[in-house]
Design a protein around this ligand. Sequence first.
Ligand SMILES: *[C@@H]1O[C@H](CO)[C@@H](O)[C@H](O)[C@H]1NC(C)=O
Ligand SMILES: *[C@@H]1O[C@H](CO)[C@@H](O)[C@H](O)[C@H]1NC(C)=O
Ligand SMILES: *[C@@H]1O[C@H](CO)[C@@H](O)[C@H](O)[C@H]1NC(C)=O
Length: 349
Amino acid sequence: MKELLLLLLLVTEASSRSHSSWCQRGCECRGDLKFTVCSGALFSQLPGRVPPNTELLDLSDNHISVIPRRSFGRNRKLRFLLLQNNNVSVVEDGGFSQMEFLQKLDLSRNRISTLTEGFSVGLALLRELQLAHNRLTSLDSRSFLHLDGLQRLNLSSNGIRTIQVRSFSSMSSLRQLHLQDNSLRSLRSGTFSMLRSLEVLNLAGNQISDMQTAVFKPLTSMTLLNLADNRMSTVHFKTFLGIHAYSTHILLEENPWNCDCDLQRVFRKLRSIQRLFLDDYYNLTCEEPAVLRDYRLTDVDTELCLAETVTVLVITVTVLVTVLAAMLMGERKRKREKKRNHRLTGAAT
Ligand SMILES: *[C@@H]1O[C@H](CO)[C@@H](O)[C@H](O)[C@H]1NC(C)=O
Ligand SMILES: *[C@@H]1O[C@H](CO)[C@@H](O)[C@H](O)[C@H]1NC(C)=O
Ligand SMILES: *[C@@H]1O[C@H](CO)[C@@H](O)[C@H](O)[C@H]1NC(C)=O
């Protein structure tokens, strides 16, 4: 009885896998052929036979290295395409064209070093693009030209050093931009222009030391700006004052702060702005001056302006003393003259 049940189970299991002529060996085609899973199948190129009804195609963990032109022309119903952890270095122009229903494309952990204009052709409805752990070093105005509907872009852990102005200019729907763990050194005004829907901007783990004052100004929806683990030693008040979102949380930990009176003043002013939240302010530590290294900014901030306060005090006291002395001298002189006048008039009478 037990064996029979087991056999029955096995038979139904086998038939539900449906190895139809449409399903390539190494893949599993399930759910009315809507899910085609070819993960870890040792493929070195894209499979030839994928059921045309497929909505989710999982090709992760293979050795695919080239995406030829119009690779998915027969799979127009695809909504999710997973290609992470392959060996992709070349996406031919139009490699993903004719995919008008594609919502998510995962290309993370590949070897992509350039994105040509042809890369994004036909991906106008794509909502999520994962490109983390590739070999990109620069982005330009053509990299994402046709991604009008994109909401989430993950570019973390590449080697991105330069981002040309207008690189993201087609993406007015973008809500999350992940650029952490790259090699950015500075941020130029105009880099994030047009990103008026952007809510999350993650720039942690770069080498950013300077930013143009107007760089965050266009980001009127930003709720989280992560600048932790960069090379900032100081910050200009206007750079953050220019963020005109309703409320924005800013992370600034693990930067080599130069704890001087100017820094203390800037932070005091920033913290008084109602729409900005410096969430990790109590975690900021000093790198300069050497005597304050590794001290928390909050533990020393009352003393940072002390030297200046003392100077101001000394000057004030000096001025006061001088004025007082002058007044005293004047008074004494007046009295002496009064006395002399007295004596003179006394002698006359
Ligand atoms: C990955 O692609 C490169 C060429 O881009 C090739 O030399 C290498 O053998 C490929 N590696 C694997 C594991 O397929
Ligand atoms: C971005 O990619 C990294 C690496 O694949 C991943 O760990 C992270 O969760 C991704 N973030 C988002 C928001 O998709
Ligand atoms: C501050 O640092 C501590 C210890 O590293 C950490 O647990 C905490 O989450 C940090 N606080 C914020 C607001 O990031």
